[in-house]
Design a protein around this ligand. Sequence first.
Ligand code: IPE
Ligand code: IPE
Ligand code: MG
Length: 257
Amino acid sequence: MTNLPSSTRTIPDVTAVPRHIAIIMDGNGRWAKKRLMPRIMGHQRGVESLRTVVKSCRDMGVPYLTVFAFSSENWRRPFDEVSFLMSLFLKMLEREIASLHQNNIRLRIIGDRARFDDRLKQTMADAEMLTAGNTGLTLTIAANYGGRWDVMHAVQNLLRDRPELATSFNEEDLQPYLSMGDAPEPDLFIRTGGEKRISNFMLWQLAYTELYFTDTLWPAFGRHALELAIASYQHRERRFGRTSEQLQAGETGESGA
Ligand code: IPE
Ligand code: IPE
Ligand code: MG
């Protein structure tokens, strides 16, 4: 699946299941706090929501699911919480990888790995390698990921490989260097936990994505909540700059200019 046309050019059929869902899994801490439990219990329960959502996407035939697990800004949290999240990530990979593989799921991890410890780096690489040939759902976990980092890193690598493009590169040149360069751009973005912001997630790729915000806290998000989000998406009109009348007349090309 390389060289897909940018979703800002072609109009996907919204009545079909989204090709790519991107989720900011937020609200773990508040879920726990409401139950007078430490924040980390919310993270622990959050893993169960992820399991349910992965299974639901697989059942519904969603080809790509990308989830934000740890942002480049989350290092600012208390040391104990960061350490817990790192060990949870490691445990989750070790525990779940066999079943992801059995379910034909391809696991990928995006973000800057330099700051992770060696054992976590190795486990990530092993998990990706084991599942690389799988053809079902592509599950991408964004860890120490930031949208600005992604774009900067892509530009740096493009210019390293093709210095002659320094003053003339275009979107198509940059595309393969972005973290999700070979995946369709997200059709549907979901943020749980009530905040209405992007928090430095996939800034480039979300350019024309349909946004869905819910107050449901991530540990309480399940199959039904996902179905509601998809149903909301299926009633959107994606215009990508055109008018509603043009779309109704079936004019979806580049004409006009
Ligand atoms: C999201 O839940 C998980 C991570 C950022 C790792 P939070 O931990 O941000 O939960 P709230 O927003 O404090 O409730
Ligand atoms: C965004 O959640 C990152 C993840 C869910 C991993 P945060 O809870 O860290 O976002 P902000 O900082 O409140 O925007
Ligand atoms: Mg939060």
